[in-house]
Design a protein around this ligand. Structure first.
Ligand SMILES: NC(=O)c1ccc[n+]([C@@H]2O[C@H](COP(=O)([O-])OP(=O)(O)OC[C@H]3O[C@@H](n4cnc5c(N)ncnc54)[C@H](OP(=O)(O)O)[C@@H]3O)[C@@H](O)[C@H]2O)c1
Length: 307
């Protein structure tokens, strides 16, 4: 297929591009700068110049494609308000949808599995709580999945909040390392038994490809390799690598200790299953699990900075 990828230069998107090219697809990546265009050419992709703020440029990118993957997002450092970021993303995906309408072509959008379901597993069928943290993002996903009714083979890849692997400079693990370095403590809340699901970036990339190739229209998919890694284990691995103590904090202390986008998430118990996704697409995540990935050490070579 000739695949248009928005976000092709990002942490997730660049892995998706590599996965697609490796499987014999052609890739046209969205680039908003010379630097991005050069990176795409270097990776072996074609370049489509455009910007998320110009939905027409996204529609034009989709016009010549056999399928579209959307893994772009305006970074928090560029647009702080999540609702404003989601509005831009929604306009962008709707422009793509207008182009794909009635064609049966695949359209894979990026979403997330963060939710409030303490004590139970979020599944692909979990009805989403409109009050949850990722609500603005879910509106983007809903818009794309609804395109299944309009002749688009749409699907969503709901990423585990912890997408880990080499090059992760702005994700959850990198942020936790930065806080531990700054405070001298690798902290968790209470007994630290709250769980975060995780996926390796390269396993997630495989799922995007499988979704593009064969997900049924309207399918939400879980990019979750580990259902729930206890937060205490993540903090422990970071502490061991940094030579710092792992310590329990009360919720109040944690409010002062953590900052940035992870602050409201550190106490979240958000285990998630991907059983339906694995069965549907024969997706078999095979990369190194989260704690082992932290222990391998690449996170500690100067990349870990807060956004
Ligand atoms: N990384 C994680 O751990 C993680 C975890 C869960 C969910 N996610 C989700 O996965 C998606 C991708 O995340 P990521 O970590 O890959 O993000 P990222 O590394 O920041 O990449 C974002 C991509 O979007 C592009 N972009 C941003 N603003 C743009 C604009 N105005 N016009 C055109 N392109 C623009 C960037 O292009 P430039 O190269 O030009 O900046 C880049 O290709 C996001 O929706 C994120 O919320 C990520």
């Amino acid at each position: 297929m000739r695949v248009f990828v928005a976000g092709a230069t990002g942490y997730i998107g660049s892995a998706v591009v590599r996965e697609l090219l490796g499987a014999g697809h052609r890739v046209v990546g969205l680039a908003r700068s010379e630097q991005a265009a050069a990176a795409l050419a270097e990776a072996g992709a074609e370049v489509h110049r455009g910007d998320l703020d110009e939905p027409g440029s996204l529609r034009a990118g989709a016009a010549d494609a056999d399928g579209v993957i959307f893994a772009a997002n305006k970074h928090i450092t560029e647009t702080a308000d999540p609702a404003a970021r989601a509005r831009v993303e929604r306009a962008a995906v709707e422009a793509i949808g207008a182009e794909l309408k009635g064609s049966g072509r695949p359209f894979v959008v990026t979403s997330g599995v963060i939710g409030r379901a303490p004590g139970r597993l979020l599944t692909e069928e979990t009805t989403t709580d409109p009050g949850m943290l990722s609500a603005p993002r879910l509106a983007v996903e809903s818009s794309v999945l609804a395109m299944a009714q309009l002749g688009v083979r749409s699907s969503s890849v709901r990423l585990a909040p912890t997408v880990h692997g080499r090059g992760d400079a702005r994700g959850f693990v990198a942020a936790l390392i930065a806080v531990a370095r700054a405070t001298g403590v690798s902290a968790y809340v209470g007994d630290g038994a709250n769980r975060w699901p995780s996926v390796h970036r390269l396993d997630a990339a495989v799922l995007y490809r499988l979704a593009l190739e064969s997900a049924p229209a309207g399918a939400p998919l879980h990019a979750v390799a580990e259902d729930g890694v206890p937060f205490r284990d993540i903090a422990g691995a970071i502490g061991r690598r940094l030579g710092l103590p792992a310590a329990s904090l009360t919720a109040q202390e944690a409010g002062r200790h953590f900052d940035g986008f992870i602050a409201p998430l550190v106490a979240l118990d958000s285990a998630a299953s991907s059983a339906v996704t694995r069965e549907l697409l024969d997706w078999r995540p095979a990369r190194v699990p989260l704690v082992q990935d932290i222990e391998e050490g690449h996170y500690f070579n100067g990349l870990a900075v807060l956004p």
